[in-house]
Design a protein around this ligand. Structure first.
Ligand code: V47
Length: 384
């Protein structure tokens, strides 16, 4: 399929030339890719880039998600997870309950604990510091990826501290990495429409810049398929790419298809498979400086996530164990996958599974082929 004439017939020879020679795509190129009626043509270009970066490898992680609370002062219209205190579906876990969740899984070789919650009106920074320290005591080897940039800004507001001070305190308590949530799309128009109380796009980028400057790497997300235009998706990708040029702190990008159920977005249709795959492919092609693209099976479904490995994605995320944000909004996927299931999905797609940690370091180097050993460490491409 990677034939110049084939792309020329679709008006994509300029994009083809740039991809083949490793040059950066601009926003117009991105628009042409989204407009291309042939998803396989877009996917094949993304697969070319993905293969250059990761060859036949596809990654997964043994992880555990913990949501400490869904009580939230922002109540974004796209979100079915966030609730007012007193709502029958609101919950708030005590520190003991959180530690019990970690303790329950101590016999499983989990390498990452992923912790997020709503912007709670009352919980204070010392609760989050204790949470990190106690988890670290229980599982000294685990990587703790916790709190979106939106939560960090909320903690700072509540404490009267700067976001940089909050990040430094949480890092001291054991925070190693920020998850990519809360980015949505950076467009002010969309934020005004869907999440007017939430941290702005510029605010999200500022917190991420500060985290990267403090040596805390992060992921980044984009929530798509609600009210945004293709141009707004591309502006979002461009903003991430510009920040990554400066800091190098993003490890992985995760396009999140909007799940419409129980949300405040009337009449929203679920995303189609083609839009999901094309968006993943365009993300791989535009984000030439972010090493990994995650096909998050929870939101995509396991079947689309598996196919996405041929549309630019190189990672399926992980076991997850207990997921609420997507499922409260109608996600149809299971709650958890096992290592065997993740490896089967990857193998049957024709890739070689690699268990990785939060930083995409292979968990075991024993018996690993030389090529793979050489790759370990390559993911920390940034300057963090
Ligand atoms: O921040 C909220 C999004 C995010 C909906 O960093 C919704 O490794 C779809 O960020 N439909 C949380 N999405 C999930 C997230 C994440 C997941 C897995 C791995 C990582 C990582 C990050 O989910 C939220 C928001 O952007 N979200 N509501 C919805 N109705």
């Amino acid at each position: 399929m990677l034939d110049r004439h084939f792309y020329g017939a679709m008006g994509l020879e300029g994009v083809y030339d740039k991809v083949i020679s490793g040059r950066r795509l601009d926003l117009e190129d991105g628009k042409r890719l989204f407009d291309c009626p042939n998803p396989l043509a877009v996917g094949a270009l993304a697969h070319e880039v993905r293969s250059r970066l990761h060859g036949e490898l596809a990654y997964y992680v043994l992880n555990q998600h913990i949501n400490y609370s869904n009580i939230c002062v922002n109540l974004c219209r796209f979100c079915a997870f966030g609730r007012n205190a007193g709502d029958p579906l609101a919950f708030e876990l005590s520190l003991d309950a959180i530690l019990a969740k970690v303790r329950d899984r101590l016999d499983e070789p989990i390498t990452e604990v992923h912790i997020v919650g709503g912007c709670h009106p009352d919980l204070r920074l010392d609760y989050f510091e204790r949470m990190l320290r106690e988890i670290r005591k229980l599982r000294p080897q685990v990587h703790i990826k916790a709190f979106t940039a939106v939560e960090i800004a909320h903690f700072a507001d509540k404490e009267g501290l700067s976001t940089r001070e909050v990040l430094a305190r949480l890092k001291d308590a054991g925070l190693e990495m920020l998850p990519g949530g809360g980015a949505e799309v950076f467009s002010g128009r969309i934020r005004e429409l869907l999440c007017p109380r939430k941290l702005s796009g510029d605010g999200w980028l500022r917190v991420m810049r500060e985290a990267h400057e403090l040596g805390i790497q992060s992921n980044a997300t984009m929530l798509f398929g609600h009210r945004e235009t293709v141009e707004e998706r591309l502006e979002h990708l461009d903003a991430l790419r510009r920040l990554q040029d400066e800091t190098g702190g993003f490890i992985c990008f995760i396009p999140l298809p909007f799940q419409p159920h129980n949300t405040g977005i009337a009449g929203a249709q679920p995303t189609t498979g083609v839009d999901e795959l094309k968006t993943i492919a365009v993300s791989r092609l535009m984000l030439d400086n972010i090493p990994h693209i995650k096909a998050y099976w929870v939101m995509l479904t396991v079947k689309i996530a598996q196919v996405a490995l041929y549309f630019g994605a190189d990672d399926l995320d992980g076991t997850v164990i207990e997921e609420r944000i997507g499922h409260m909004a109608g996600a149809e996927s299971d709650q958890a996958l096992t290592r065997a299931e993740l490896e089967r999905l990857i193998r049957e797609a024709g890739f070689r599974p690699v268990e990785r940690d939060s930083f995409f370091q292979p968990v075991s180097k024993a018996g690993m082929p030389e090529g793979l050993k050489a790759l370990s460490g390559a993911s920390r491409v940034g300057r963090c």
